[in-house]
Design a protein around this ligand. Structure first.
Ligand SMILES: Cc1ncc(COP(=O)(O)O)c(C=O)c1O
Length: 908
């Protein structure tokens, strides 16, 4: 049996225990008196013990059936038992138990039904969705049966869903249950619940630290447990519904924070009322107003007299030449195509009906105050938010290696940009993220220069392409302490899924905004603030930089997050969302936001994308938790497999938190989420504390040891030879991204491929001549050691920068100056440019220069070109540099135009 440390999650452990048990029982039923029978019997007994602790949290097979199996084992009825266990295994892996009752004895067998799980998706979509309801009450066996019977006897044919109850006795069991059993959608908290669980299985009890930690659980020992449970679950699984049955009076309950509680029942046993509420609660998440309207629309016979020949497939069905398009896509996509102006459905630009409702549901799901859909990606969302909030000459602090849409947003808005440098990871030729100290230092500098009132926004990428995640709440707290109405734009293009993993959620913009809003209102916060103010009365900047600053209770929480739903959740390409949690949105921003939305949104938005956003939202509210959990499991098993395989270790290295985050930003000291000796680290702790953490679902693999650079490895090896697609590389790394659709078998395939590559390399080196070997070693050294240091942002030329001390620059003027050819020159990257710099000329870029990889602008218009930047560009040896023409060189401004600009500025 594998040790507990080998399992990242209890879900994996459970699946593995069941399949081990099946193997053991199979063996025993065939070899009851064999040589190994005794050992195997003991192993099976251990598996039963271990499963007994686990199964109490799941409705299938259920504690009664489990106890029956255990009795069969004790009485040596191995034949029947092996059969039952194999049925359980099969039903668990196919999910058949969700669709029907699974008989565990041979008499109950129904051969035909056994294959229901293999039904085509059409038929499966007609089955009633299944979920589990957790009842929390400390009851005896007899009462448990009574409760279960009462619940299941409420079922009606007309119910849209079907559920099974699971009963646990205590608050702690309930917390473990909701974090372990992803089938749970609703919780009934009854007055009899106790506080503590008697389960002592670390892989289960560690869930408790997620749900508040030992301290919080100790604090509630004397409280009314029911409401406390509802409140605690709201922190970890806010999408669930709870129903509180209480024997307290209405007055006792009123005014308590009831978290996810949808309804309180005052000590009544009205099971039908409870049943209807449970179904209604799930229905509220299942509802997809726009998708439903679109389906209905597609069924209506309409005559098309608007400009859209593809609508209802007319231009295809009548065609002689494009019939294959109709066959490939099927009819529904065309039946559902219509024009917003035709009036059949709601309009994205002025939503009043089903799109508005769908956006409101998304807002609930993602924890925002307002949510807006976008059908042209986060590139557009970013520009909308920037335009809505930033006026010309406002100062914006921007992470320099952010997505190019932000840089273009700065051009459009006419902002004064302060670029912030991320910490470099020179060894891997990639950037990390911007340290909080650097952000604070820039804000303090602006404050000292008397410009704080012009500072409008801080714009950061969370998480970065490579998976570095900020401590969002802390960044906002400390920045608000310096500038109390700062607006935050968190580019969460890669982080939409994060809301649905409890560990991840704490580091999302929306969750942090909600926490902050609550925190700022508390008397404890007010006191802490006053105390710190007193202490820091005459503090200098160095002290402020070292101190964890507390914002004023009057600070305004103004947070925006943009997410590419299509990158990490279910949505058609380009489906994105803007989430708003801005206390001043209604009063100050709504109008300008509307204008910005109009500026950038197509008047012909794609309805299919909007519908997919609506359905994607349904999915995350009902199974986001499960899918994110599985994704993390898949990524973790990939990390583990690569870092423990002896052959793979020779050529590859999975980068861990310790490789990608410098020590000073990892307060927990955790360097890796997996250690071959100690097993898994509980990531919760570092996610709570550290300045930066690593999103483990993005696996960066150093491949320099193979002698291939990242780009060659990606294109020539992974893609051309094995059909594996990835999109991000650095000089010596490739990035494997998992997503909510990644399966264990796709991970297994990747490992197989890596092993094959390593074997081939081994063989090649075995047969290599001395020269060939030396050449290989040189290539590896060149890739792994001789890396050009990543350059910092240099500075804006005085023609575009008002104040070299604070450094903010204007991108818009140089961007448009470059439209006139006469203002520009080209200088050869390998010759002229260096000579000019040697002569003392400030050579200024006239365009964005974006090498891919790493994919962020190494130069922006108006920026002075430094020797470091040139050295980096020369060493990059990438074929793709956007904005650079190898035949002409770098586009730079002439000295004349720069002098003219400076004079113009001075005269102003
Ligand atoms: C950090 C970041 N923001 C925004 C975007 C743009 O998103 P979209 O492709 O949805 O337009 C990307 C795209 O890769 C990105 O990496």
């Amino acid at each position: 049996m594998q040790s507990m440390n080998d399992y990242y999650s209890a879900v994996q452990l459970r699946a593995d225990r069941w399949s081990s048990l099946r193997e053991k029982l199979d063996f025993l039923s065939k070899n009851p008196d064999g040589r190994r029978a005794k050992t195997v019997h003991a192993e099976a007994a251990k598996l039963f013990d271990s499963l007994a602790l686990i199964e109490r949290y799941w409705a299938f097979p259920g504690t009664a059936a489990f106890d029956t199996m255990r009795r069969q084992f004790e009485h040596n009825h191995l034949g029947e038992l092996a059969y039952a266990v194999s049925r359980v295994n099969r039903a668990l892996s196919t999910g058949a138990y969700r669709r029907r009752t699974i008989p565990l004895d041979r008499e109950g067998r129904d051969e035909d039904q056994d294959e229901v799980s293999l039904l085509p998706p059409d038929a499966r979509s007609l089955a009633k969705p299944y979920f589990e309801v957790m009842i929390v009450d400390d009851v005896n066996e007899h009462q448990e049966r009574w409760l279960k019977t009462n619940m299941t006897s409420m079922r009606r044919v007309e119910d849209d869903f079907i559920y099974e109850p699971v009963i646990v006795p205590s608050l702690q069991d309930a917390l473990i249950g909701v974090l372990f059993n992803h089938n749970i959608q609703a919780i009934i908290v009854r007055p009899g619940l106790k506080l503590e669980s008697d389960v002592e299985l670390p892989i289960l009890t560690r869930y408790l630290s997620r749900a508040g930690g030992a301290e919080e659980l100790e604090d509630i020992a004397n409280q009314d447990l029911g409401p406390e449970l509802c409140r605690l679950i709201a922190k970890v699984r806010p999408e669930l519904d709870a129903y509180l049955v209480t024997d307290r009076s209405v007055e006792d309950i009123a005014g308590l924070d009831l978290g996810i509680c949808r309804r309180v029942f005052y000590n009544q046993e009205d099971f039908m009322e409870l049943h209807l509420n449970i179904l209604r609660g799930v229905q509220a998440r299942y509802n997809t107003p726009f998708f439903t309207a679109l389906k209905e629309y597609s069924r209506q016979p309409t005559g098309v007299f608007h400009a859209m020949p593809i609508s209802r497939g007319k231009s295809i069905t009548r065609s002689h030449w494009i019939q294959d398009m109709g066959t490939f896509y099927g009819p529904n996509i065309f039946l559902a195509e219509t024009s917003a102006t035709s009036g059949g459905l709601d309009s994205l630009l002025e939503p009043h009906g089903t799109i508005k409702e769908a956006q409101e549901l998304a807002s609930r799901a993602f924890g925002s105050k307002q949510t807006f859909f976008a059908t042209n990606g986060t590139s557009t969302c970013n520009k909308i938010v920037v335009q809505a909030l930033v006026r010309p000459d406002d100062i914006v602090l921007v992470d320099r290696d952010c997505h190019k849409s932000h840089h273009y947003g700065m051009v459009l808005s006419g902002a004064q940009v302060c670029y912030l440098d991320s910490y470099p990871l020179n060894e891997y030729s990639m950037y990390g993220a911007v340290p909080l100290k650097e952000i604070k230092a820039q804000l303090l500098k602006l404050k000292a220069a008397g410009k704080l009132d012009r500072v409008r926004m801080l714009l950061l990428t969370n998480c970065t392409f490579d998976g570095i995640v900020y401590n969002v709440e802390r960044v906002m707290e400390e920045c608000l302490a310096i500038k109390p109405d700062l607006v935050f734009l968190w580019d969460e293009a890669w982080f939409a899924f994060a809301r649905f993993g409890p560990t991840y959620r704490q580091r999302t913009g929306m969750n942090a905004a909600n926490n902050l809003r609550q925190k700022l209102r508390t008397p404890e916060h007010e006191k802490a603030y006053a105390k710190q103010q007193e202490k820091l009365k005459d503090a200098d900047d160095a002290t402020l930089l070292k101190t964890r600053l507390i914002p004023s209770p009057k600070a305004r929480v103004r947070v925006y997050a943009t997410q590419s739903t299509h990158k990490t959740l279910t949505s058609l390409r380009q489906g994105s969302m803007i989430h708003v949690n801005d206390q001043d949105f209604k009063g100050q921003v709504e109008e300008s936001f509307h204008e910005a939305y109009m500026t950038h949104t197509s008047t012909s938005p794609n309805y299919q994308i909007i519908a997919s956003l609506d359905v994607g939202r349904r999915q995350v509210e009902l199974e986001g938790f499960e899918f994110v959990q599985r994704q993390v499991e898949a990524a973790m098993s990939m990390r583990r497999a690569i870092s423990t395989h002896p052959l793979l270790q020779k050529y590859f290295k999975v980068l861990a938190a310790g490789d990608m985050i410098p020590e000073e930003h990892r307060e927990s000291g955790v360097t890796s989420y997996y250690d071959p000796e100690q097993g898994w680290t509980d990531t919760w702790n570092c996610w709570e504390k550290d300045e930066f953490v690593l999103d483990a679902t993005r696996v960066t693999l150093a491949v320099g040891g193979t002698g291939w650079d990242g780009d060659t490895f990606k294109t020539d090896i992974l893609m051309d030879k094995y059909g594996i697609q990835i999109n991000k590389t650095s000089r010596n790394t490739v990035l494997f991204m998992t997503n909510i659709g990644t399966t264990r078998s796709s991970v297994a395939y990747l490992i197989e491929v890596l092993v094959e590559i390593a074997k081939e390399l081994d063989e090649k080196l075995d047969d290599a001549s001395k020269m060939e070997r030396l050449s290989f070693e040189k290539r590896v050294k060149n890739l792994m050691q001789d890396l050009p240091p990543l350059p910092d942002f240099s500075y804006f030329h005085p023609a575009f920068c008002a104040d070299p001390h604070t450094g903010e620059g204007d991108l818009r003027t140089p961007f448009f100056l470059a439209y006139d050819e006469n203002n520009c020159d080209y200088l050869d990257l390998n010759g002229d440019i260096l000579l000019e710099i040697e002569k003392g000329r400030e050579v200024v870029s006239a365009s964005f220069i974006i090498p891919y990889p790493p994919g962020f602008p190494i130069l922006v218009p108006g920026q002075v070109i430094s020797r470091e930047i040139l050295a980096f560009m020369r060493a990059l040896d990438v074929s793709e540099i956007h904005g650079y023409r190898a035949d002409l060189g770098l586009r730079v401004f002439t000295d004349e135009i720069l002098a003219k600009q400076v004079a113009k500025k001075t005269n102003k």
